[in-house]
Design a protein around this ligand. Sequence first.
Ligand code: SF4
Ligand code: SF4
Length: 126
Amino acid sequence: MATWQCVKQCGACCYLAPEERPDLEEYLSPEELQLYLSLVTESGWCRHYDHDTRECGIYEKRPSFCRVDAIEYEQRYGIAPDDLDEFAIDCCREHIADIHGDRSLEMIRFDRAVGKPRILRPQADR
Ligand code: SF4
Ligand code: SF4
C-alpha cells in the first residue's frame, strides 16, 4: 500500500489562488477562510512560501489546514484514518500536476517517494 509523504522541493500545495479551489467554504470555517485569504498574494502563492528554497517560512506554525494528519483530515474532510494515505496522495498529485505538470520531475519524485505506480494520461494520436 502506498504511504503518503511530502517531498522536498515541491511546494505545489502552497499555490492558494481561490479560483483554483472553489470548495474552500465547504471545509474551512469562516475564521479559517479569512486566514486563508489573508495568505494569498497577487501571484496566487502563499505569502509564506519561499520560492528559492521551495519551503514554508512558518512551517512549525503553519495553519491547521496546511497539515496532513489523521485527526485533521477526518474532521475537515470526513476521511477515515485508513483512507488518509490514498486521499492525501491524490490531493498532492492533483496539485503537482497543476503546478509542475503531469510528467514533471516533481511528480516522478513524489510517486517514487510514496511508492505509487505512475499513472500517465494517454498521449494524443499523432
Ligand atoms: S503538494 Fe504534497 S508533496 Fe508537494 S509540497 Fe504539498 S504536501 Fe508536499
Ligand atoms: S503556510 Fe506554509 S504550508 Fe501553508 S500554504 Fe503557506 S507556505 Fe504552504
